[in-house]
Ligand binder design. Structure first.
Ligand SMILES: Nc1nc2c(c(=O)[nH]1)N[C@H]1C(S)=C(S)[C@@H](COP(=O)(O)OP(=O)(O)OC[C@H]3O[C@@H](n4cnc5c(=O)[nH]c(N)nc54)[C@H](O)[C@@H]3O)O[C@H]1N2
Ligand SMILES: Nc1nc2c(c(=O)[nH]1)N[C@H]1C(S)=C(S)[C@@H](COP(=O)(O)OP(=O)(O)OC[C@H]3O[C@@H](n4cnc5c(=O)[nH]c(N)nc54)[C@H](O)[C@@H]3O)O[C@H]1N2
Ligand code: SF4
Ligand SMILES: [Mo]
Length: 747
């Protein structure tokens, strides 16, 4: 990217101001009467209590932030009445105050300028920055149409900008939480039960007797209420079955750990179906009543005996039988968890369908201890004129994927690379709340797109890597300094949570809703933002659902009674599933009609060549993706990732504990930094493992820069899901080098 029109700008490292703060957020503060009172009486200062919901990850736990008049936030604790957290935050949520106190934060609007041939960011006023963004958006609209401006977003800023984009005329919208995360499971479950799993997942873990986790490592994956419910279920004697090539934390709490050969899960799932059906262990009454195509499924899985699966998965037949029987013994209070980050090998929607079918055979969907029928409150939209109809948008960009239900980030990036026959030309990006270079693999296509684009604006709170590609950077204040949209989430009972500012925004930062409104005014869309401030909108919305801003400020979370009917299927009452057949589709007529596999099929995937190991990655319990690595409180707890290698691999590669190594992948891509070796039996000998999110290369991130390796950098080969376009990331292989191989080449 040297000498390019838009070179990546790494601002120099900060000096003393970047020194890590102490982990004050974790120190015990004598708070009495914190619940159900407006003010916590703390000696010697009274602290103000403000309702919020956490933005450190997307579980969005409702919380109370305690602050003083000087603007210090002393503590954030969970809201007792919140079904996402039951009054307790995870360590990341507790450390969320570090997002506010981080001295590396973006502090002012920045505009890319060229000084003596060198590109730099210069500080700008909000007036200058917003005028520039609006004029570029207007130019793109006039020259190419509004569709050519894309919004790539994640998290809370997204909804404010989505409204701006729809008003402006663009539906070219995508987020990495779909095609790089849970998209395939929504397709797989949608095709089987007729509805998305959604977030939070309606898994009745509290009352389960058997929880099956397939590459879903709850406990490291810190989804709060699920982890708490799982821990209670374990205390109540629930069996846990973990299928993971790695001995995860939850594997250590499991009755059965099945260390599967990576990429072979569909074979195991088919074999489990075989045992349930041919040992007569499935829920006959349920299947007869609610199932469609069971006979075809029975025939389909006949050859898939545990002996057949053993040769593929390396799981012993006896283990496959025992685990299938354990699931059946607990059914219908058994959950085969749908997983969440499921974009693995390209056949992910089909694997998710296999998981769904298994739940169908066990009778788990709609039964206590399985999956409940969730309910949420629909928050009315603040009145505004009708949105215009774009000529094309995310649907057309992803048109080759028949089951895509949201924009696909990878396809939007590809459509941004200029070419002769660009069908859906994207010319500008508005990136908000997503560090694309860390969350979407194949950096080369991102860089090509960046080269082609006429304009990029990034809205973030931190100088993350993506900001280095921006023409304009809009600094958002953190979640602790702003109002946001209401959190309305589907649960056993509907609930609504408020986010209000605990403190004034630091520096020259502003909330996304304000930026969206200001841009709307400049783009002639003021009618869509017919309010003075967001309090007006929130109060109006809350009044429509029987509350008010005043009430929500006091209680933070409001729980509502169910209106949609019972939590589970009712004995003796008919129930129609929202599928084509009105039943659970063991056999999918829809897929068959399109010439696609109507039932999941196992296909082998590539395995590493000699000298290479499969790159496996997952969640750091103390971090969220790349977003918290620089957080002063959380980097105190884990400041780098390590490379997990099996002792056998350590012997072959002559590796010592703590030794720094470099990685090179199958396409010759070398890691930007070294990573320390961790020798452990907890990973199979054919794979290596690391936490996702590390290896930041922006020097402005004083704590995160150069710490560990970015898994995303090493993922250059992707396996695309033909059903919905998911970006399968787990087919990459790495070599381990004691010295930096890139350096060797240079010498
Ligand atoms: N290699 C690899 N890639 C992955 C994954 C993986 O495990 N490995 N996981 C995938 C999954 S499951 C997901 S969901 C996606 C997640 O993808 P992303 O959401 O893109 O994840 P982050 O890297 O955390 O980027 C979040 C960005 O939002 C910024 N941010 C944080 N808070 C705010 C805020 O309040 N306002 C604004 N404006 N910005 C904010 C952060 O500073 C950061 O730049 O990544 C996917 N990509
Ligand atoms: N602490 C923390 N918690 C989080 C997040 C976070 O960033 N930090 N992010 C949240 C988000 S958005 C998501 S999507 C979820 C993601 O959480 P999960 O859906 O649980 O996914 P991963 O973190 O990708 O976990 C991957 C697991 O799959 C295993 N695995 C790898 N290959 C295979 C295979 O071929 N077969 C099987 N059976 N297993 C395999 C890995 O060893 C690892 O244990 O986590 C959520 N929770
Ligand atoms: S699970 Fe943790 S990080 Fe995620 S929203 Fe809840 S407290 Fe915040
Ligand atoms: Mo995700």
């Amino acid at each position: 990217m040297n000498n390019s029109r838009r070179s990546f700008i790494k601002l120099s490292a900060l000096g003393a101001s970047g020194v890590a703060l102490s982990s004050a957020a974790f120190s015990a503060i004598p708070i009495k009467d914190t619940i159900n009172s407006g003010v916590a009486k703390i000696d010697p200062l009274p602290l103000k209590r403000t309702a919020t919901y956490c933005e450190v990850c997307f579980w969005k736990c409702a919380a109370w932030a305690f602050s003083d008049e000087q603007g210090t936030i002393h503590k954030i604790i969970g809201n007792q009445n919140d079904p996402h957290c039951f009054g307790r935050l995870c360590p990341r949520g507790t450390g969320g105050v570090g997002m506010y106190s981080d001295k590396d934060r973006l502090k002012h609007p920045l505009i890319r300028t060229e000084i003596n041939g060198k590109q730099e960011f210069k500080e700008a006023s909000w007036e200058e920055a917003l005028n520039l963004v609006a004029s570029k958006m207007q130019t793109i609209k006039d020259q190419y149409g509004p569709e050519s401006m894309a919004l790539i977003k994640h998290g809370s800023p997204g909804s404010h900008l989505e409204h701006l984009f729809k008003a402006y005329g663009s539906d070219t919208i995508a987020e990495p939480a779909y095609a790089q995360c849970r998209g395939p499971r929504e397709t797989g479950f949608g095709l089987t039960f007729g509805s998305w799993v959604g977030s939070p997942e309606p898994t009745d873990i509290r009352d389960t007797k058997c929880l099956v986790l397939i590459g879903s490592h709850l406990g490291e994956n810190m989804h709060n209420s699920q982890v708490q419910e799982m821990s209670d279920a374990i205390d109540n004697g629930a069996k846990i079955i973990t299928v993971d090539p790695r001995f995860s934390t939850v594997a250590s709490k499991s009755q059965f750990w099945l260390p599967i050969k990576p990429s072979t899960d569909i074979a195991l799932l088919l074999s489990w179906m075989h045992v349930l059906i041919y040992e007569d262990l499935y829920n006959k009454e349920y299947v007869e009543k609610y199932g469609h195509g069971f006979k075809a499924l029975k025939k389909h899985v006949k050859p898939f005996s545990p002996e057949w699966a053993y040769g593929i998965t390396a799981i012993k037949p006896d283990q496959i039988r025992k685990t299938a029987r354990a699931m059946a013994a607990a059914a219908p209070s058994t959950i085969v968890h749908p997983g969440r980050h499921v974009t693995w090998y390209g056949d992910d929607s089909q694997r998710a369908r296999a998981v769904a079918i298994l739940n169908g055979l066990l009778g788990s969907w709609g039964n206590k201890g399985g999956f409940y029928f969730k309910e949420k409150i629909k928050i009315p939209k603040y009145p505004h004129p009708k949105y215009p109809h774009p000529k094309w948008g995310w649907k057309e960009i992803g048109e080759k994927f028949p089951f895509a239900e949201m924009g696909n980030t990878t396809e939007v990036i590809k459509a941004s690379i200029a070419s002769e026959n660009q069908k859906y030309p994207i010319k500008g990006w508005f990136v908000a709340g997503t560090n694309l270079v860390a969350s979407v693999p194949q950096k080369n296509i991102i860089e090509k797109a960046v080269e082609s684009l006429e304009f990029i604006v990034v809205m973030d709170t931190m100088p993350m890597e993506i900001t280095g590609y921006a023409d304009v950077i809009l600094p958002e204040c953190t979640y602790l300094e702003r109002y946001d949209g209401l959190r309305s989430s589907p649960n056993r009972e509907p609930s609504v949570a408020l986010r209000a500012p605990a403190v004034e925004p630091q520096y020259n930062t502003k909330p996304a809703w304000w930026m969206a409104k200001e841009l709307g005014n400049r783009l002639g869309l003021a009618d869509y933002f017919d309010f003075e401030n967001i309090e007006e909108v929130l109060d109006w919305q809350l009044k429509q659902i029987g509350s008010s801003l005043k009430e929500m400020k006091k209680i933070g979370v409001k729980n509502f009674k169910r209106k949609s009917g019972p939590l589970y299927l009712e004995k003796g009452k008919p129930y129609e599933f929202p599928t084509q057949s009105g039943k659970i589709e063991f056999y999918s007529e829809e897929l068959a009609g399109m010439g696609l596999d109507p039932m999941p099929v196992y296909t082998p995937h590539e395995t590493p060549d000699s000298g290479f190991y499969r790159l496996n990655y997952g969640r750091s319990p103390m971090h969220t993706f790349s977003r918290t690595i620089n957080n002063p409180n959380l980097s105190d707890l884990t400041d780098e990732n390590t490379l997990w290698v099996n002792p056998k691999v350590a012997r072959i590669e002559n590796l010592k504990k703590g030794q720094e190594v470099w990685l090179e992948n199958q396409d010759g891509i070398v890691s930007q930094f070294p990573i320390k070796v961790r020798v452990t039996e907890r990973i199979r000998w054919d794979s290596v493992y690391m936490y996702h999110g590390f290896g930041h290369n922006n020097k402005k991130l004083s704590r995160a820069h150069g710490k560990g390796i970015s898994d995303t950098d090493m993922i250059t080969r992707i396996k695309v899901d033909p059903l919905m376009g998911g970006t399968g990331m787990r087919g990459n292989f790495v070599k381990i080098h004691a010295e930096n191989p890139a350096k060797e080449v240079l010498i």
